[in-house]
Design a protein around this ligand. Structure first.
Ligand code: 3PG
Length: 209
């Protein structure tokens, strides 16, 4: 199975989409795609999440769509059944890791401290989410972790913004960054799809700097 880095290769920016309806999700996904970004995480926090994944897969086949907020093996199965091409979790447990490992798709398990990271590395996992990144110590914490876990790379998520994304992207142990800052609910509610495209373009520019 391909690792998660194959999902985010190219531009390692992972926008996080939360939508109440399939139509809303498609509008958001089109706005993200217009920026040139191809990856999208749909969070499993609304009843529409699985339908949103399926609809984006069908309508925008060039996008790579995953499901976030996966907490159980059952959630992982539902997500894959809906067409999710990768899975993201906010935290981990042995039961959840077993479910992820048998899901058949790349995944990023969530960690927030050295104990979590050790558990994930005991499963042979080397690409992890760091969540909630800002509240868990942000870029300075990731820098400190790099001297302990030399072969682990992170996707910080949670509190990443247009103002601090560059601080994360310049760390050697960061392989991607994720967040909802490119898709603020204010833009979604007002239908300001162009603003979402612009925020994604700004994140790409931060990566290229
Ligand atoms: C997540 O699901 O990873 C977080 O909710 C994203 O956090 P953010 O909204 O602060 O970007």
């Amino acid at each position: 199975m391909k690792g998660i880095q194959s999902v985010v290769k190219g531009t390692p920016i992972l926008p996080i989409l939360q939508a109440d309806t399939v139509d809303e999700a498609l509008d958001i996904a089109r706005a993200v795609q217009a920026s040139g970004l191809k990856n999208l995480e749909v969070v499993r926090r609304t009843d529409a999440a699985a339908d949103c994944v399926a609809a984006i897969r069908e309508s925008l086949p060039d996008m790579v769509v995953g499901m976030g907020t996966v907490l159980t093996p059952e959630h992982a199965k539902e997500a894959v059944d809906a067409g999710s091409q990768f899975l993201v979790t906010p935290t981990l447990s042995p039961r959840l890791l077993d479910g992820l490992m048998s899901s058949g798709v790349p995944f990023i398990p969530g960690t927030s401290n050295p104990a979590d990271i050790l558990m994930a590395s005991e499963y042979g996992l080397k690409e992890l989410k760091f969540f909630p990144a800002h509240l868990s110590g942000g870029a300075p914490m990731l820098k400190a972790l790099s001297s302990i876990f030399k072969d682990i790379k992170f996707c910080p998520t949670g509190g990443v913004s247009g103002d601090n994304v560059g601080d994360y992207l310049k760390l050697n142990n960061v392989f991607a960054v994720g967040g909802s800052w490119m898709i603020p609910s204010s833009d979604v509610k007002s239908g300001n799809w162009h603003s979402i495209t612009q925020k994604c373009e700004q994140a790409i520019a931060a990566f290229k700097e």
